[in-house]
Design a protein around this ligand. Structure first.
Ligand code: GLN
Length: 188
């Protein structure tokens, strides 16, 4: 399985390491045409507005087409890019997951924190860094993980998003769940 990690900015290298540990072949995606050659894509954390600037209109459109067709997993800024409605401030999203998300939603004091949440049925460490909060999920969205009352990992069809950084904790469950969906999709 060839997994791309969008490598325009942000913490793409931690995803590369995690995916390689789990046996995937990883391609760092810096050019739109590299999307033609991968089975799934990870959009890492970083600054979502900077991603939009670096992608430009053509890159955004190419990414939108990829996400509509192939499994994609976004963390933090990546989750923001995948959403339908984005606040604080408003910006455009790929609309791959029917959710509204609020950037930097935990305030300055909580700029980053490590908290315990629940992924499926097990409790796990979650690293939040200037994290967004999912404020609405549509009927087609599955909630895979929660932290307190908030959904923090969601999935709609082939698209998965986490508001925290699973690549920074030892628990590999979230990336494994993504690789399983890529495997399933590749068999079709
Ligand atoms: N605050 C960033 C944004 O709004 C996301 C932070 C992150 O990816 N760690 O895009």
């Amino acid at each position: 399985m060839k997994i791309g990690v969008l490598a325009l900015q942000g913490d793409f290298d931690a995803h590369r390491k995690r995916l390689e540990e789990l046996g995937a072949t990883v391609v760092l995606v810096k050019k739109p045409e590299q999307l033609d050659d991968i089975d799934g894509l990870v959009i890492p954390g970083g600054e979502s507005s900077t991603f939009l600037n670096l992608l430009g209109e053509d890159g955004f459109e190419k990414l939108r087409q990829f996400v509509a067709a192939k499994p994609t997993f976004g963390t933090c800024a990546g989750a923001i890019l995948l959403a339908k409605g984005i606040e604080n401030p408003k910006q455009i999203g790929l609309g791959a997951i029917d959710m509204d998300i609020r950037r930097n939603a935990y305030g300055r004091q909580l700029e980053s924190s490590i908290r315990e949440g629940k992924f499926l049925d097990s409790s796990t460490e979650m690293v939040f860094i200037r994290a967004p909060r999912i404020e609405r999920t549509g009927a087609g969205v599955e909630v895979l993980a929660t932290e307190g009352p908030d959904p923090v990992v969601v999935r709609q069809g082939k698209t998965m998003a986490a508001t925290f950084h699973p690549e920074l904790s030892d628990d590999t469950q979230v990336h494994r769940a993504f690789l399983q969906s890529v495997e399933k999709d590749a068999k079709k």
